[in-house]
Ligand binder design. Structure first.
Ligand SMILES: *Cc1c(COP(=O)(O)O)cnc(C)c1O
Length: 376
């Protein structure tokens, strides 16, 4: 049996909606389906304002422009994250200050943030790894105390909650991803959430190439002009049509993913009891949106051997981020060491988890993992 790592979800109505978008005669940005998606998110999660973007990367870039990150500014973020979290701020000339992960979870260790804050710190970027919440109470308290912006990289965090409030609603700004590897997808796609009202008007301008075109289309002004810097940060309505078909099935997707996640968890409890692996720990006050199921192995060698063994059994399991502080581009000259982030880089492995994963396929993954550990 061959079990892929991921298979993008297909809701069924995508092509119908795309065809409707095409027939409407307007397939550029902010068409009918973009508005439907915006309404969905504002209604279901109470986000003050959302804007679909071509990717989470684009939404993060908009966030960096909105907070006016520039040379001389420092931005604190976890080292254990995707490159886009950092790139967005590097593009503005800001300096990245990396922080370690928690010992029991890949999320940023909030207790280590304060010691990294300097007079130049402008923002804290948190990443809700595996859709599980960072310690937002601690992060927001620091942000208030030191007057910093908070940006949530909520790429993986759709339908995740912290203390019953949706992830993406805590920071001044938040960015979601609808890349095909995420719980709901549009192939490529993303969204900026604007929780701080001061950014709402400018976010529309930046997204429309630095023009006030959005206000013009609402009839608020008689012509649109170049008023600020900006870029093209709006997706075509074809993307939005695809996404909307997925949004209609969101609860169904989530329920199924959670069943799969829980089955893995229960199957591997015995390995954890024998101290052969560590299972994911859901942080305090966080829900689990079942974006990723991972195991943390005892060593890099054993993790790599497990991946190789699973591959020999037809199962594709994959590791995740390489620490950004150890990347060639960052080119650290200060001997930075983040033991927890490095542990997750070296020892974490993700197992197949997608809507269409069949019960028999999951059984095959579980059996292969247990088989591997039998020989230990
Ligand atoms: C997927 C992901 C991104 C990038 O999302 P795109 O939509 O592909 O730009 C950024 N950050 C994190 C944490 C991600 O998981």
């Amino acid at each position: 049996m061959k079990v892929p790592f991921n298979k993008p979800f297909f809701a069924g109505n995508e092509l119908t909606y795309i065809s409707r978008a095409v027939k409407s005669g307007k397939i550029s940005g902010d068409g009918v389906f973009t508005k439907k998606c915006h309404t969905y998110f504002e209604k279901h999660y109470g986000f003050k304002k959302v804007l679909l973007t071509p990717s989470c990367t684009a939404a993060l870039e908009m966030a960096a422009i909105l907070i006016e990150a520039r040379e001389g500014d420092e931005v604190i973020m976890p080292s254990y994250t995707f490159v886009s979290t950092a790139n967005a701020f590097v593009l503005r000339g800001a300096k990245i200050v990396f922080c370690d992960s928690n010992q029991v979870h890949p999320n940023i260790d909030a207790s280590k943030i304060e010691s990294l804050i300097t007079p130049n710190t402008k923002a804290i970027v948190v990443v809700h790894y595996a859709g599980m919440a960072c310690d937002m109470a601690a992060v927001m308290a620091l942000a208030n105390k030191f007057k910093l912006f908070v940006i949530e990289d909520a790429a993986q965090a759709i339908n995740g909650f912290y203390k019953d409030k949706p992830l993406g609603s805590f920071g001044h700004l938040a960015a979601f991803s609808f890349h095909e590897t995420k719980n709901i997808n549009a192939g490529e796609g993303g969204m900026l959430v604007i929780n701080d009202e001061q950014f709402i008007e400018r976010s529309e301008v930046i997204r429309e190439k630095g023009t006030n075109r959005s206000r013009f289309f609402r009839g608020e002004i008689s012509q649109y002009q170049w008023v600020d810097i900006g870029s093209s940060y709006l997706p075509s309505d074809i993307t939005a049509a695809y996404l909307f078909a997925q949004l209609e099935k969101l609860q169904k997707i989530q329920a199924k993913r959670l069943i799969i996640w829980n089955r893995y968890y229960e199957a591997f409890l015995k390995l954890e009891k024998l101290q052969m692996v560590k299972l994911p720990v859901i942080p305090n006050d966080s829900t689990n949106n079942a974006h990723i199921f991972y195991l943390v192995c005892v060593s890099r060698e054993e993790r790599n051997a497990l991946i190789t063994y699973l591959k020999s059994r037809g199962v594709l399991a994959v590791f995740h981020y390489l620490c950004l502080h150890q990347s060639p581009y960052f080119n650290d000259q200060n001997g930075l060491a983040f033991p927890n982030a490095e542990k997750y880089s070296e020892r974490l492995v993700r197992l197949p988890l997608f809507y269409e994963l069949k019960s028999s396929e999951q059984a095959c993954v579980i059996e292969a993992v247990l088989e591997f550990y039998k020989s230990k």
